[in-house]
Design a protein around this ligand. Structure first.
Ligand SMILES: [Fe+2]
Ligand SMILES: [Fe+2]
Length: 160
């Protein structure tokens, strides 16, 4: 059986997730512009629909990243991989093309995003490192508890 990660349906879900996420951002942006243009009713309509797009995107994520298969460390690793892809491959490639096409504003935008993605990856890596230490400390506490129970069990067995 194909797992969801390897199917065309998984790719379609990724595409649908991207589309719904973009719809949320676009409608939020349009709402901001409509409000600045003095059209409160149109701004409210965009905001109301944008909220629904968030739920559509979450629905796709439930299938793409099932909660039962995740834990904080795994989620941090996924986030670090995504940010690392952005600053090592995606934005450098985009920047190169923007330079080639003489799009100075886009070059600046991509350079800023390279720095941002790098900072995000580093911040997530730091959280992951701290979490790993926390898990290690917790494991020690659990081991102490287990040893304590084992000792107690041996005493109970000895007197019975
Ligand atoms: Fe939608
Ligand atoms: Fe980011």
């Amino acid at each position: 059986m194909n797992t969801i990660k390897t199917t065309v349906t998984a790719q379609n879900l990724e595409g649908a997730f991207a589309g719904e996420s973009m719809a949320y951002m676009k409608y939020s942006y349009f709402a901001k512009l409509a409000r600045a243009m003095g059209d409160e009713a149109t701004a409210a309509a965009f905001e109301e629909t944008a909220k629904q797009e968030i739920q559509h995107a979450f629905g796709h994520l439930d299938l793409l990243y099932p909660a039962a298969q995740l834990n904080p460390a795994k989620m941090l690793e996924i986030a670090i991989a995504g940010e690392t892809y952005e600053y090592t491959e995606m934005y450098p490639k985009y920047k190169k093309m923007a330079i080639y096409e003489g799009q100075a504003d886009a070059v600046k935008e991509f350079e800023e995003q390279i720095a941002e993605s790098q900072a995000h990856a580093a911040a997530f890596a730091q959280v992951l490192e701290k979490a790993a230490k926390r898990f290690a400390a917790l494991a020690k506490v659990e081991e102490r508890h287990a040893n304590h129970y084992r000792q107690r069990l041996a005493q109970v067995v000895a007197v019975s």
